[in-house]
Design a protein around this ligand. Structure first.
Ligand code: TXA
Ligand code: MG
Length: 321
């Protein structure tokens, strides 16, 4: 049985104690729920990969209380400092060169010379980090390939019996995984789109960002982007013509609603992309629970946060069963 714990002082202490002992627990963050373990303990990290059935070549993000703690394990250049100043705590992950005294277990990043780090904003996660007193590796708390979880119940449904506890921090406010920026090279490069957009970063820091387009072999630089991902239990398509029986529609703004859908959810009736991001995984889970035969998604403008939403949806359409 997987138990959902309320974030009382007592249960936060209990969770931190389990993490210090090398156990794996699901915790809330402002982006999505994470499957957390002590990032300095190779056995704990092995458990995370095992529970998620995650390919070992897909490295994990380590979470810290603040930028000072990050610098025990990673080297922050000028660009990294600016980004941290502007966006931490918050939904931004930085890829940094490992420091000489880096404590992070090697298997966290498949022996790479870099680590991915983030200082989350969720108050419950911050209390857990403070109590645990060490960096926590935490990928999204879903079995590899599945929809990302944005409530404690989503985690329980997908990992039932595989973990003892999910700490409940409510519905995730951001709803999409963090933006990833690689600052380990000469120029900062965006590896994964999120709700912090290229425009936000350039406006707040004055940095110029490159968007990584894949190497000469087309391999993505954030290795995770290569894998099957965000898949609902039913097919998903990015067009809305000719619905089949029992099909659900995910729409946006005031797009005309085509006839013949069994059920419909609107990601943001007012056309607000931030609201749509917060609702995306929640509504995909909801349609799935309603047992729709297929999901059709209306067009979402490919600008700002829309880029991050469309990236997830394209992957979901490719990966769906
Ligand atoms: O918002 C988030 O980032 C959430 C919450 C829980 O913090 N976590 C999350 O983790 O999305 P995950 O495992 O689903 O995605 C981690 C991504 C993967 O695409 C992985 O390949 C990339 O980070 N990554 C990790 N370490 C890396 C490294 N050293 N270099 C490049 N990419 C890295
Ligand atoms: Mg994930």
């Amino acid at each position: 049985m997987t138990q959902i714990l309320q974030p009382t002082e007592r249960d936060i202490k209990l969770v931190a104690e389990k993490l210090r002992r090398g156990e794996v627990v699901a915790v809330p963050t402002e982006t999505v729920y994470g499957l957390a373990g002590d990032a300095t303990n190779a056995h704990a990290v092995e458990r995370i990969f095992f529970i998620k059935k995650r390919p070992p070549k897909n490295p994990l993000i380590s979470h810290y209380l603040d930028a000072k703690a990050v610098q025990q394990d990673g080297v922050m250049n000028g660009a990294a400092q600016k980004l941290a100043q502007a966006f931490w705590p918050g939904p931004l992950t930085l890829v940094l060169p490992k420091s000489r005294e880096c404590r992070i277990a090697k298997i966290v990043s498949d022996g790479l010379s870099t680590i991915a780090v983030r200082v989350p904003a969720h108050p419950v996660m911050r209390k857990v980090l403070a109590e645990a007193g060490r960096p926590l590796a935490a990928p999204s708390a879903n079995p590899s390939g599945r929809l990302s979880p944005v409530s404690a119940m989503h985690v329980k449904q997908d990992l039932e019996g595989k973990i003892a506890f999910v700490l409940d921090g409510g519905q995730c406010e951001v709803g999409l995984e963090s933006t990833i920026v690689d600052v380990s090279g000469k120029e900062p490069v965006i590896l994964r789109a999120g709700t912090i957009t290229v425009e936000d970063i350039e406006a707040k820091t004055g940095l110029k960002l490159a968007v990584y387009q894949g190497d000469s072999k087309g391999a993505p630089k954030a290795p995770g982007m290569a894998f099957r991902h965000y898949a609902p239990r039913c097919p998903l398509r990015l067009t809305t013509d000719n619905p089949i029986e029992g099909e659900g529609l995910l729409t946006f703004d005031n797009a005309p609603v085509p006839k013949g859908f069994a059920t419909m959810l609107n990601l943001s009736p007012s056309g607000d992309l931030e609201e749509a991001a917060a609702n995306l995984f929640r509504y995909l889970h909801q349609l799935e629970e309603q047992g729709v035969s297929r999901i059709a998604v209306a067009e979402i403008p490919n600008v700002g946060i829309g880029i991050a939403i469309n990236e997830r949806l394209r992957k979901a359409a490719e990966s769906a069963v």
